[in-house]
Design a protein around this ligand. Structure first.
Ligand code: LLP
Length: 425
């Protein structure tokens, strides 16, 4: 759903006027605002698309780690995909059950592996191992703890990089990527897991990339994964409990996205049925698709600037608050909080205060007389979680809307706290 406008031209998020959030919440700009009800609907729609197929939607916590988001998803019955000990801790403390958590990551430390094996009564659902070298290391940790360590093998399905149609920084399932166990090593990896009594193989998984706007590469790779799962079963392994096809479902950042998360589910269901494995639990790890469209950054316009033929709009949000445009040449729509019907619009290049030329959000149509505030759209995923305090800037506050009002607030870290911390040593 994202944002909408009232007849008077004011921007709404989750039924609340964003201009009211600015005036009521006494929060400094820039800040993030999220619509928790829309995120919840997104999650429930995806869950419903599985029908009768046994499944687990393990939300990729890295997209948005805020407690109110995690608690809402935990209440909706979602699991979590985590990539660090601290993501594991925040997910569990927000109420995600350990048996619904998978732990991915190419360079897990021993203490993180121990945290995962030691969680709850039996540890998390599985640590997803990403290399031959990680297998004996995980076994040694489990042995030391006197626990059976439940593991999955993350397979790198060797997809053609070009076919992924996403930015190279976020393609992960091709031959040159550091992620996963190559198809050539799967047999050795299975034998290695089997040779360790302290480990139990419960799954196979993949994650081929993010912001996928076409299902074909995903479905083809899932088919390779199901083939491996079938071989494992045929060889008499009874502990295999799930196949995890990863996340990556793309969203529409304003330039179109022909597919929905449910389309990915429909595509893979066929492969699952072809291999006769519809009884195995099917895990997916969506991050962006559940949260991106339902978060914005509200930013104050500092001033317009004209120089030569360039017309800039200087705003108080920068690449430290949202790094996606600088890092992936991503485009986020930027719109005024209030729009008058008879405003004539002109093109501004919207830029932030950070001392880098890449602190540039691109060209956006804005009223000729610039608005006081703008919203950067689709910032609910990989926005705050990738923010930094570069240039001595604050980490933005986060405001959470439910039922048409603000129900939670996370304060961020102010610029003056940054000054104190730099002087601690
Ligand atoms: N599972 C694993 C193992 C992952 O590495 C990722 C994302 C996901 C699931 C979730 O992917 P999603 O459903 O959100 O596409 N910072 C980048 C995206 C990086 C994604 C990294 N891995 C961006 O802002 O576009």
């Amino acid at each position: 759903m994202g944002v909408s406008r009232t007849a008077a031209g004011d921007l709404l998020l989750g039924g609340m006027l964003l201009s009211d959030v600015v005036s009521q919440a006494s929060v400094d700009t820039p800040f993030y605002a999220y619509d928790l009800d829309a995120m919840d609907r997104e999650a429930r729609d995806l869950v419903a698309s599985f029908g009768e197929v046994p499944h687990l939607v393990a939300y990729a916590v890295k997209a948005n780690t805020a407690g109110p988001v995690l608690r809402r998803f935990a209440t909706a019955g979602l699991g979590a995909d985590v990539v660090s000990g601290s993501e594991l801790s925040v997910a569990m403390r927000a109420g995600v059950l350990p048996e619904k958590i998978v732990f991915s990551g190419v360079a897990k430390r021993d203490d993180e592996i121990a945290l995962a094996f030691g969680a709850g009564e039996r540890g998390i659902l599985a640590i997803q191992l990403e290399s031959l070298e990680e297998i004996p290391r995980a076994a040694a940790v489990a042995r030391r703890m006197g626990r059976k360590g439940r593991v999955a093998l993350r397979i790198n399905p060797s997809v053609d990089k070009e076919s992924l149609a996403t930015h190279s920084h976020i393609s992960t399932g091709h031959d040159e990527a550091k992620f996963g166990i190559s198809l050539d090593d799967v047999t050795d990896a299975l034998a290695a897991v089997k040779s360790h009594n302290a480990l139990e193989l419960v799954g196979v998984n993949m994650h081929i990339g993010s912001q996928l706007t076409d299902t074909s590469a995903y479905v083809d790779a899932a088919r390779k994964l199901y083939r491996i799962a079938k071989d494992i079963r045929d060889n008499g392994c009874t502990s295999l409990a799930y196949v995890d096809t990863g996340g990556g479902f793309g969203i529409d950042y304003g330039e179109g996205c022909a597919v929905t998360p449910a389309d990915f589910v429909r595509g893979v269901r066929k492969a699952q049925a072809e291999f006769g494995l519809s009884d195995l639990m099917w895990v997916v790890e969506p991050g962006r698709a559940l949260v991106a469209a339902h978060g914005v950054i509200v930013s104050r316009v500092i001033a317009p600037k004209r120089s030569g033929r360039c017309q800039w709009l200087l705003i108080d949000a920068g690449m430290n608050d949202l790094i996606r445009p600088a890092l992936y040449q991503a485009r986020h729509r930027i719109v005024p909080l209030a729009l008058k019907l008879n405003d004539t619009s002109v093109d501004f290049r919207v830029v932030g205060p950070v001392c880098e030329s890449s602190d540039d959000f691109g060209i956006h149509a804005m009223p000729e007389r610039p608005p006081t505030h703008v919203a950067i759209l689709d910032a609910g995923a990989y926005g705050f979680t990738m923010a930094s305090q570069y240039n001595g800037r604050a980490l933005p506050a986060e405001v959470f809307i439910e039922g048409g009002k603000v129900t939670h607030f996370l304060p961020g870290i102010s610029a003056s706290e940054w000054v104190e911390r730099r002087l601690l040593g």
